[in-house]
Design a protein around this ligand. Structure first.
Ligand SMILES: NC(=O)c1ccc[n+]([C@@H]2O[C@H](COP(=O)([O-])OP(=O)(O)OC[C@H]3O[C@@H](n4cnc5c(N)ncnc54)[C@H](OP(=O)(O)O)[C@@H]3O)[C@@H](O)[C@H]2O)c1
Length: 290
């Protein structure tokens, strides 16, 4: 039975906890950690998410390293914040678990630190700024379209709930980076409030924040005569929970740094589908399956 630790019990972490407790009796949550001075600390996790007792008492942030050492989960699902994740990195290394990192908002250098740690130490980390399989397949398709329609203008539009802290979303940023890489371009324009026309090769990114929108990402390719729009819409946070659990099971027995794309490629039933080749990461150790 795969044992799971949960770090971050906010909007997403709570739905993941409830999903596992209700729908995955084959997984066992062994610890759950909340934020500093959180009112959730000391409560039973099951009761906290509206179910019956599950005998996992939620820890306060300071106690998380100790709880990780005590319970040694095989995988940890982390939906907290960048600062919290970085402070837990040494605990993740120390217990040698597989970490599914849904948390976003890392700087480039923080991401390099995470990647380097997972590639050189005895644990695994999957960086998944969008955990749903659907949106990752959207990215793969978008790269294909970018290659097949090199002269089409690209605009990326993302919509999220009014409380979201980072704009553009981590997913939109990743889509744009991958499209630039596919096209060999680098100019990104955030929003338009200008009197000049768009430049060739630039990618426009537009972030909308309103109400309770769970998450929508749209990639538009347009020529003078036609357009293609690829849309992914998360209808409920359960989409994140299902993705996080699939990733947790996949990462449990691995070592190294991965993305969701690695998992999708690994599970691909028909290897002949022309997914664009993954660029080699210079200096990274080849991940090892244990
Ligand atoms: N990858 C994806 O697909 C995806 C999907 C949704 C969200 N996200 C990302 O996941 C993160 C969480 O999102 P959310 O919507 O669930 O936000 P949220 O509701 O604000 O939850 C974040 C939680 O982190 C907890 N936290 C703060 N400091 C902590 C610490 N030191 N140790 C442990 N927990 C700590 C807070 O706990 P308390 O409430 O107890 O203070 C808070 O509830 C964000 O970075 C978000 O962008 C990613």
């Amino acid at each position: 039975m795969t044992t799971v630790g949960l770090v971050g019990l906010g909007l997403t972490g709570s739905v993941i906890a409830r999903f596992i407790l209700e729908q995955r009796p084959d997984l066992r949550i062994v610890m759950a950690g909340a934020g500093p001075l959180s009112l959730k600390a000391g409560k039973d996790l099951g009761e906290l998410v509206g179910l019956c007792q599950c005998d996992v008492i939620v820890s306060e942030a300071e106690e998380i390293p100790m709880e990780l050492e005590r319970t040694r989960p095989r995988t940890v699902i982390d939906f907290s914040n960048a600062e919290a994740t970085l402070s837990l990195l040494s605990s993740y290394k120390s217990i040698g678990c597989g970490v599914v990192l849904g948390t976003t908002g890392f700087t480039k250098s923080q991401l390099s630190t995470l990647e380097h740690a997972a590639n050189t130490q005895d644990f695994a980390l999957m960086y998944a700024p969008n955990i749903t399989r659907g949106v990752n397949v959207l990215m793969m398709i978008a790269k294909l379209v970018a290659n097949y329609l090199p002269r089409y203008d690209i605009e990326v539009i993302e919509r999220h709930h009014r409380r979201k802290m980072d704009s553009p979303s981590g997913t939109a940023a990743k889509i744009v980076a991958q499209l630039h890489e596919a096209r060999g371009t680098d100019r990104t324009l955030y929003g338009r409030h200008d009197t000049t026309p768009r430049e060739n090769g630039e990618i426009g990114v537009h972030s909308l924040r309103a109400g309770g929108i769970v998450g929508v990402h749209e990639v538009m390719f347009a020529s003078e005569f036609d357009e293609i729009v690829i849309t992914h819409r998360a209808e409920s946070r359960l989409a994140f929970a299902a993705g996080a659990v699939e990733a947790a099971e996949w990462i449990a027995s691995r070592r190294g740094f991965y993305t969701i794309e690695d998992m999708i490629r690994d599970n691909e039933p028909n290897k002949s589908i022309p997914i664009p080749a993954k660029p080699l990461r210079i200096g990274s150790r080849h991940p090892v399956v244990v």
